[in-house]
Design a protein around this ligand. Structure first.
Ligand SMILES: [Zn+2]
Length: 236
């Protein structure tokens, strides 16, 4: 260990005495070598075990709706469960480090499968501008950042953009009946995704409507393939 590194470690130890690091899952103090969550919470993470299995519940959500290469989720999301506790902090307490951490874990869990799939680009669903303004960040970007780093794939956060609503109130009303989710998003013309394999990453999957809309935009006319991964799967 270099002198510089040991100085950093001493500094970190002192800092932890002043501000003890606590587990984002259960609140107990973290010990050395534990990061974000304690070992007990790490073991207790409710993994789905879906991996990239064909006909897993996430793939089934999209059957008959959009052609996807594969889809899966890492963790079950239950009300007042450990995953909810972690996602709550990621979304509302500025804990982007939790998103990065869980994204890394997810990537490591399915590393071999991802190597087989040869994904070219990772991207996310853009957050609604009002939410982005309030939160300051897109929580799915944090997850994708961690995931991309551990799977050696480029992450492009602004591949899909939200369409600005320029229509007047009257026009809006008139077209309301025909308005669908697909009109809300477009591809960013800055990027050429022809023949590329795109992986769309999201935080929690429920109905899949937003992911479906974004997937349709990607597969529309550029000979691309789309795959979907959500960190969590909300169980009702
Ligand atoms: Zn814990």
């Amino acid at each position: 260990m270099s002198i510089k590194q040991s100085t950093i470690n001493i500094f970190k130890d002192v800092l932890h005495l002043i501000y003890p690091r606590i587990c984002a899952g259960c609140g107990t103090p973290l010990v050395k070598n534990e990061d974000i969550i304690c070992l007990m919470c790490y073991i207790k993470l409710p993994r789905t075990g879906f991996n990239l299995d064909k006909d897993n519940p996430i793939e089934k959500i999209f059957w008959g709706r959009v052609e996807i290469e594969f889809a899966s989720s890492f963790l079950y999301f239950r009300k007042e469960g450990l995953t909810q506790q972690l996602i709550h902090q990621l979304k509302y307490k500025n804990r982007q480090d939790i998103g990065i951490f869980l994204g890394e874990l997810f990537a490591l869990e399915i590393k071999d499968l991802m190597d087989e799939k040869k994904i070219d680009i990772i991207t996310t669903v853009p957050l609604h501008p009002a939410k982005l303004l309030k939160r300051g960040y897109n929580q799915s970007d944090s997850i994708a950042q961690g995931f991309a780093a551990k799977s050696d794939v480029i992450f492009i956060p602004d591949l899909i953009i939200r369409n600005e609503n320029t229509s007047t109130q009257t026009l809006k009303k008139r077209y309301e009946r025909w308005e669908n989710m697909a009109d809300k998003f477009s591809l960013n013309s800055k990027y050429n995704i022809e023949n590329k394999k795109i992986l769309l990453i999201d935080d929690v999957i429920t109905t899949g409507a937003t992911l479906e809309a974004c997937s349709n935009i990607i597969v529309k006319d550029s000979n691309t393939k789309i795959s979907l991964l959500s960190l969590c799967y909300a169980v009702h």
